[in-house]
Design a protein around this ligand. Structure first.
Ligand code: UD1
Length: 417
């Protein structure tokens, strides 16, 4: 299995184009099932999670073709409502197909979804919300069968603004009978992107961008085309790479409005940030100062997906910081690997205490999940000597080519087979 090898000590300089967003394109791909025709999605990231979703779509009968960075999905015919365990268990987002398949066929059989090992990831909110719309779930063959004789709009109060549950209800609601009101829903940019896509295909959705969406069911969606926006988490990872290793980088296509909480922290630490319509420029000169405290939170708060890369940046800044994870209880597990490199981070409950600057020393570390794996690569950039990050496949789930991007920015990085 490939591993990533980094020789630390080179600051990042130059320009990198930010790929299309993983968390936006996955639910939009699932939504293609609702369209009895062709959908064209441009600027799709070339990552393994997208490949996995395409396989799932093919399995249910859709035709998926790739033309450069575009995916062309023809879901004129849906021939199966069974999702094979092989793909479902590989990727958390497979659960989003439940809402879409229920909308289209009123039935789906799936296994419990997989995805990153970052703590408990139940799907109770998805199930409860869909049940309120008339879906019946039964355990079958080690998986779940969901059926709805009739899918009906209703008022759903989500107990927590879950991104996935919001997407699932939205997808089930667009072709349901009557009006669905989703209160307490997630407001992440990926939800807005999904709403815009659905609206473009003819769905009637009100309250887009707020925590209360109103969906008026329509009889059918029509063919459409959509441009996937830049990935805010990839942009944030590279921005935190500059805060960690130093340098001056332009993140082309990055959307500053979606990264406000991260830019605020970076500015407070002393980084130079300038944002424009085409992207974000980030520059670090000398040592940064740690903020006293950071808490991850739902949007527009500090994203949990950038918590691990942030730990690396904090380990290179002056002063002490308490970073608290409030979304996924297993995300601090990767601290063990950072500490093997000398980060000296102490974890108590859901909080990590970082006191920098720490001298990191390159060694062999192992990626266990997507964002934690990317953070280990950033740690390699600022470590003394050579770092080898194994299990690259986790990182490839969400980054098109982290090695290419960082090498283009001047890092001494390569792949060892
Ligand atoms: C999505 C993102 C992921 C991001 C996360 C939070 C995708 C493909 N993934 O994941 O990158 O880290 O949002 O921004 O878009 N929960 C329950 N029951 C449920 C559903 C969720 O208890 O039925 C809990 C989860 O365990 C977690 C919290 O709610 O503690 C947030 O989960 P959720 O917002 O659903 O995240 P995902 O959609 O899985």
């Amino acid at each position: 299995m490939d591993c990533i090898q980094i020789q630390g000590g080179c600051p990042l300089r130059g320009e990198v184009r930010i790929q299309g967003s993983k968390n936006a394109v996955l639910p939009i791909l699932a939504a293609c099932v609702l369209v009895p025709g062709v959908t064209v999605l441009k600027n799709c990231p070339d990552i393994s999670d997208v490949a996995c979703m395409c396989q799932l779509l093919r399995h249910v009968g859709a035709r998926v073709d790739k033309q450069r960075d575009a995916l062309i999905v023809d879901a004129s015919a849906i021939t199966s409502c069974h999702l094979p365990a092989e793909y479902v268990t590989r990727m958390r987002s497979s659960v989003i197909l439940a809402g879409a398949m229920l909308g289209r066929c009123r039935e789906i059989h799936l296994y419990y979804p997989g995805g990153c090992v970052i703590g408990d990831r139940p799907i109770d909110m998805h199930i409860s919300a869909l049940e309120q719309m008339g879906v019946q779930f039964t355990e079958e063959d080690g998986g779940l069968r969901a059926r709805a004789v009739s899918l009906c709009g209703t008022k759903i109060d989500l107990p927590f603004p879950s991104v996935g549950a919001t997407e699932n209800v939205l997808l089930a609601a667009v072709l349901a009978r009557g009006v669905t009101k989703i209160c307490g829903c997630a407001t992440e940019p990926e939800i807005v992107a999904l709403c815009r896509f659905l609206q473009g295909a003819g769905a009637r959705i009100g309250g887009v961008g707020t925590d209360c969406l109103t969906v008026e069911g329509v009889p059918r969606l029509s063919e459409s085309c959509c441009l996937v926006e830049a990935d805010r988490i990839v942009a944030g990872t590279y921005l935190l790479g500059v805060l960690s290793a130093g340098g001056d980088v332009f993140l082309r296509s990055a959307l500053p409005g979606q990264l406000e909480s991260v830019l605020q922290v970076a500015r407070r630490m002393g980084a130079q940030i300038s944002a424009c319509r085409d992207g974000i420029r980030v520059e670090r000169k000398g040592l940064l100062a740690s903020p006293a405290e950071i808490r991850t939170a739902v949007y527009p708060g500090f994203p949990t997906d950038l918590q691990s890369p942030m730990l690396v940046a904090l380990s290179q800044a002056q002063g002490a910081c308490k970073l608290t994870e409030t979304i996924f209880n297993g995300r601090l597990r990767m601290v063990g690997e950072l500490n093997r490199m000398g980060a000296g981070i102490r974890v108590t409950g859901d909080s990590a205490y970082v006191c920098g600057p720490q001298k990191l020393i390159g060694c062999r570390v192992s990626a266990r999940e997507l964002r934690g794996g990317a953070a280990l690569v950033l740690a390699g950039l600022c470590a003394q000597g050579s770092t080898e990050v194994s299990n690259r496949q986790f990182i490839d789930r969400g980054y098109e080519d982290i090695v290419r991007d960082l090498r283009d920015l001047g890092a001494n990085i390569g792949v060892k087979t």
